[in-house]
Design a protein around this ligand. Structure first.
Ligand code: GLU
Length: 313
């Protein structure tokens, strides 16, 4: 049986952009009769909190989005990530890297460091071929080393259900951060495989990360899922939507007199799944399932206008 998922980071209240992605992921899974899992990606940030998990679950439920089985939490699965890292280390596919984020940014933006079309944080290879003497110097500096995969600047193409074929040169990305935390690009691959997820629906700010995931899946002998990257929600100034942009959480919208049905209808319309002429009355996540057609999904980002923030419809 097919399996989809929603994998939020419990670092705050979900905003309408996250909720709209959750609706899309749920529709893809449920319209295909798949299982749908909820996984909390709680490793990455010191701000991950149980109260945010509770509020995120409440908001998903309020929009009629359900999931199967127990919720999975990455902080309970550190052994899995450690084993995957050990596999890669034994195959000599990794190396230690002492570069700070700033150094990577500066090296990548140097005139010869061409990064057009590369994933965010593209690594220029500074620590890839250090001599024994250079390694000893780095070790003596006391700065903790991250662990990177040797990607050998491999060109990888993935096929996304909405974007088609996406090709990028994969850089040597981080698998374990300097503080010992396994990095997103590793854990997402390990978790998706372990949970049998064969369809990944997420926001398209991660589109260029998927070739990295494909490379890692190949190195670890894991299958590729199908990928669907749905467009982001933007604020009126063109930035990705953030909490400062007004009434952007479910609670804030309900306080303005909005209803879960109208919010679901607004998401469906913005995704191209509900025609302008169709009334939002009676729309729920479940009623959208019957007519769900992925071909209709809009590829343009959706801008949440101030008027929509103050006055929902
Ligand atoms: N935890 C990630 C986020 O909240 C989602 C990553 C994914 O779906 O692969 O953006």
């Amino acid at each position: 049986m097919s399996v989809g998922r929603f994998a939020p980071s419990p670092t705050g209240t979900l905003h309408v952009g996250n909720l709209r992605t959750a609706l899309a992921a749920w529709l893809f899974a449920r319209a295909a009769g798949s299982r749908f899992l909820l996984r909390f990606e709680d490793l990455d940030d010191a701000t991950a909190r149980p109260e945010h998990e509770a509020s995120q679950k409440r908001d998903l439920e309020a929009l009629g989005l359900d999931w199967d089985g127990e919720v999975v939490r990455q902080s309970d699965r550190l052994d899995l990530y450690r084993d995957a890292l050990a596999d890669l280390q034994h195959s000599d596919l990794t190396y230690r890297c002492w570069c700070s984020r700033r150094e990577v940014r500066e090296a990548a933006s140097a005139p010869h460091g061409e990064t057009v079309g590369a994933a965010p944080g593209h690594y220029p290879g500074t620590c890839r071929e250090l001599t024994a003497v250079q390694i000893a110097e780095k070790e003596a500096s006391g700065r903790p080393a991250a662990l990177r995969i040797r990607a050998d600047a491999t060109e990888i193409s993935i096929t996304d259900r909405l974007h088609g074929v996406v090709t990028t040169t994969v850089d040597d990305f981080v698998l374990r951060r300097g503080d010992g935390t396994p990095a997103y690009n590793l854990v997402v691959v390990v978790d998706d495989a372990d949970q049998g997820i064969d369809e990944v629906v997420r926001a398209d700010d991660l589109l260029l990360s998927s070739p990295r995931h494909a490379l890692l899946q190949d190195r670890l002998g894991l299958p590729h899922p199908d990928w669907v990257h749905v467009p982001l929600v933007l604020a009126p100034n063109g930035d990705r939507l953030a909490k400062r942009d007004g009434a952007v959480t479910l609670e804030e919208r309900l306080a303005l007199g909005d209803t879960p049905e109208r919010i679901v209808a607004m998401f469906a319309r913005s995704l191209g799944l509900l025609g302008d002429e169709e009334s939002p009355g009676g729309i729920t996540a479940r009623t959208l399932l019957a007519g769900f057609d992925p071909e209709k999904i809009e590829l343009q980002p959706w801008t949440l206008l101030p008027r929509q923030i103050e006055e929902p419809w």
